[in-house]
Design a protein around this ligand. Structure first.
Ligand code: CTP
Length: 408
């Protein structure tokens, strides 16, 4: 499994805010994720916490203004700014945001921010009046206009005891945002990838439905893998219990026909469609408007076929040229390769991921899959038991190879 935090050098700027206690956790989590983390404290931050706290969790020196005016010949800010692959300022006070907007360089953090030529991500934390103040909002807009990214703040209980906007985003969510920002120059940058996930639901009446055992895990893992490679990801999802990956555009659907409409709408301009959803093949001919009462006799349910979304996509592609690349999944309980090859050809796919769902460690509901990649060229690649995350990463790496070979 690839680690998006590996080889990343994050400069974590910490300003004077009581949310600083969460920044220690954030520094720890970033370090544990595999990133090199250099913490820079502003003078106000030093009033809340001492450098040793951060040094203890990052295993590296924690910088303060003393380093700007002493130590290494007045170029510490240059070294930090150039080394950073991401400058994260969390928590960011209204004061530091204002300084950044004005281009001030009056402490080590603001000076480093002017030197940094990497992406900048800011997680504000302050009282809601300070956050909603016209000056702060104008400063945030100025920074956004320069390409600076923001996460939060959220609404909730603030240090004053009041409830409002200004609350620091929780560290795990900041980690997700960092992961997203770090991937923005990866090979799929500039490419739109549409991923479908989950099992569709076909209503019988207001309380009953026909669905399947798909958890959505494989599709969500594909969405995350495509994001990690820099893609703009649209995730068209049937109901699941999963949290969509940070940075994906989620389109929630329920039935096969809703999924079909959403896919067809998203196709123009799309580089790749990866259909990981378990789409219902049949739906009730009619949906009862009221709950069907049990009565004493048996119930006949008449089903009719749904549209095959991938076949519909193939006919659209003949007219528009989009999506440039299409991958499907084949869930098979017998004759894996023969059945999957038939689907590959009939649905005009570039690749199908044949999934043996008869094994207890593969297919629906579990975290692992045993798959074979079948290509339109006739080649095939049989993979050992892998996690769904690994299968997703392999599928996305094949997408990148296909793009290179087609020079798209
Ligand atoms: N698929 C689709 N539209 C449908 C059914 C399936 O686009 N109405 C897609 C799935 O998302 C998957 C591929 O087709 O990528 C194969 O799905 P699968 O359920 O394995 O096969 P089916 O074509 O439905 O055939 P069968 O159920 O007979 O195996």
């Amino acid at each position: 499994m690839t680690n998006p935090f590996e080889n990343q050098h994050i400069v974590l700027g910490v300003t004077g805010s009581i949310a600083i206690y969460k920044a220690v956790d954030l520094a720890s989590k970033l370090t544990q994720s595999g990133a090199v983390v250099d913490v820079v404290l502003t003078p106000s931050a030093e009033k809340f916490v001492c450098p040793i706290t951060f040094q203890s969790v990052t295993g590296r020196k924690c910088y303060t203004d003393q380093d700007l005016w002493g130590g290494e010949g007045h170029v510490v800010h240059v070294g930090l700014g150039h080394a950073a692959t991401l400058l994260l300022i969390a928590p960011a006070s209204a004061n530091t945001i204002a300084k950044l907007a004005a281009g001030l360089a009056d402490n080590l953090l603001t000076a480093t921010s002017l030197v940094a030529d990497c992406p900048i991500l800011i997680a504000p934390a302050m009282e809601s009046h300070m956050y909603t103040h016209t000056a702060t909002q104008a400063n945030i807009q100025t920074l956004k206009g320069r390409g600076v990214k923001f996460i939060g703040p959220t609404e909730g209980r603030l240090a004053s005891g009041a409830v409002g906007y200004g609350r620091f985003v929780e560290p795990p969510d900041i980690l997700s945002a960092v992961r997203y920002e770090l991937s923005r120059s990866a090979p799929l940058h500039g490419h739109k990838v549409v991923v479908t996930a989950g099992g569709t639901q076909e209503a019988i009446d207001p309380v009953r439905m026909i669905t399947n055992r798909s958890s959505g895990k494989q599709g969500y893992a594909v969405a995350q893998a495509a994001l990690d490679q820099g893609a703009e990801v649209v995730l068209i999802s049937a109901p699941t219990a999963l949290i969509p990956p940070y940075g994906s555009k989620l389109i929630e659907v329920t039935s096969a026909s809703e999924m079909q409409s959403a896919v067809i709408k998203e196709i123009p301009g799309t580089t790749a469609l990866i259909m990981a959803a378990a789409v219902a093949d049949f739906k009730p001919q009619t949906t009862a408007q009221q709950k069907i009462k049990k009565g004493s006799s048996s119930l006949d349910l008449h089903l009719e076929p749904t549209t095959d979304i991938l076949k519909e996509v193939a006919s659209q592609k003949e007219k528009s040229g989009f999506p440039k690349i299409t991958f499907g999944f084949a869930a098979e309980s017998q004759d894996l390769l023969a059945n999957a090859t038939k689907k590959l050809q009939e649905k005009k796919l570039d690749m199908i991921i044949a999934n043996n769902i008869s094994a207890s460690d593969a297919g629906f509901e579990v975290d692992t899959n045993r798959v074979t990649f079948l290509f339109s060229s006739g080649e095939k690649e049989e993979l050992p038991l892998l996690t769904k995350i690994e299968v997703a990463e392999k599928a996305v790496s094949i997408l990148i190879k296909e793009l290179v070979s087609k020079k798209q």
